[in-house]
Design a binder for this molecule. Structure first.
Ligand SMILES: [Mn+2]
Length: 251
């Protein structure tokens, strides 16, 4: 029995995305990864967009993902603490995972200290300069009224429309994301701004869909967790160091 001395971070698995077959294949891969971490993980942070779409009705949740949810339950039952961040695709998680998985749901950012390091975590949507349209949309989508109205739609229609919309998001585009200059990597700008007033050792995000580990001023690092369609990327915190890693790399 190994010690539970590692913390794991992953994001943007987008379960349900692209096609049923590709989602099932990705789910199986992610479950294999969860199997490899279950003996040494103390905490698991899923930093948003785990689902390509999620909505909880009062008595009903979306179909699918049973192996993934079963595996999460197994990890939680082994004593691993689970954190689920709301992403821009799955902001409508309410109390189902709190009830079933003892998960802590994070609405926006989470600041915490682990292994003597100060961490800042956020999915990454709606931060930094620009993207004004999305910032407004996020406020609307997250409002109780919007949720209440969506809940009134029949799921066959509501989830149908949502899935149609998801399928036309940037994930559906064929090309991988490309690294931009630091000035154009808007989360880098956001981190640099934040670091002017508060020190963090690691600033960890998803949303960018590109695994990144960028040194910032003063020894801080910006980590982007990438995604699970092209990269199978994740990060670990072990011996006070955060490292970006790849599960079952293609080459
Ligand atoms: Mn995403």
């Amino acid at each position: 029995m190994t010690a539970r001395n590692k913390i794991y971070f992953a994001s943007d698995i987008h379960l349900g995305a692209l096609s049923y077959t590709s989602s099932r294949e990705r789910e199986a891969r992610f479950v294999r990864w969860l199997d490899t971490i279950k003996h040494d993980a103390s905490e698991l942070f899923l930093v948003g967009d785990v689902f390509d779409f999620w909505f909880e009705y009062k008595t009903v949740v979306p179909k699918g993902y049973i192996r993934f949810l079963g595996k999460l339950a197994e990890l939680v039952d082994l004593g691993i603490k689970l954190y689920l961040f709301k992403g821009n695709h799955d902001m409508w998680m309410f109390d189902y995972f709190v009830q079933e998985l003892d998960a802590t749901i994070i609405n926006d950012e989470l600041v915490l200290e682990r292994q003597g390091k100060k961490l800042y975590l956020h999915h990454g949507d709606g931060l930094g300069p620009g993207d004004g349209k999305y910032k407004v949309l996020k406020k609307v989508f997250r409002s109780r009224l919007c949720q209440w109205l969506f809940e009134r739609l029949h799921p066959n229609f509501g989830v149908g429309v949502a899935n149609y919309w998801s399928r036309h998001s940037r994930l559906a585009q064929k090309d991988n994301e490309q690294r931009k200059s630091d000035e154009q990597e808007w989360l880098v700008s956001y981190c640099k701004d934040m670091l002017k007033t508060e020190y963090y050792d690691y600033l960890i995000f998803g949303h960018r869909h590109l695994p990144l580990d960028i040194a910032l001023n003063g020894g801080s690092r910006y980590i982007n967790l990438g995604e699970w369609i092209h990269y199978n990327s994740y990060a670990t915190l072990e011996n006070s160091v955060v490292e970006l890693r790849y599960f079952e790399p293609k080459e």
